[in-house]
Design a protein around this ligand. Structure first.
Ligand code: ZN
Length: 139
């Protein structure tokens, strides 16, 4: 049974070969296509990648309406720094919202009528009931 090998994290090639082991004992691989070396599931991440992951997480946490103090504790950043980030975000939110007009759709009106006597037998009054169905399908 052939053992499964990871794909290259740089070019996604599956043409990789074992290439010794790291000084921490992890299997090292070399990509036959781009020639770069890598280990599977590295403990380290590039600083830029780590920062991007933190920002992605921060954006998701902000959408959850979690208090800033809680987010600051989870992300291990200062509240002051987080507040500055949020202020900056709010400053860049456009104050006017652009609304796209919705396309016109079918309009159905259902009419119904009845008559009734008001006060006395001779005072016959019609009652009309109109129900309007609007079919607007939001895109
Ligand atoms: Zn590669």
């Amino acid at each position: 049974m052939p053992e499964s090998r990871p794909s290259c994290p740089f070019c996604q090639s599956v043409s990789v070969v074992k290439n010794g082991s790291t000084r921490h004992g992890k299997q090292n691989y070399k990509c036959r296509d781009c020639g770069r070396q890598f280990v599977e599931n590295p403990q380290w991440q590039r600083a830029s990648e780590r920062a991007q992951n933190t920002y992605d997480l921060l954006e998701r946490l902000l959408l959850e309406k979690i208090p800033l103090a809680g987010i600051a504790r989870v992300l291990k950043v200062s509240e002051r720094c987080l507040q500055r980030y949020v202020n900056h975000k709010y400053e860049n939110v456009p104050l006017q919202v652009e609304i796209q007009p919705k396309p016109k759709r079918r309009l159905t009106i259902q009419m119904d009528e009845l008559w009734s006597f008001v006060d006395e037998k001779g005072n016959k009054q019609w009652v009309w009931l109109a129900t309007v169905y609007c079919y607007y399908i939001s895109s």
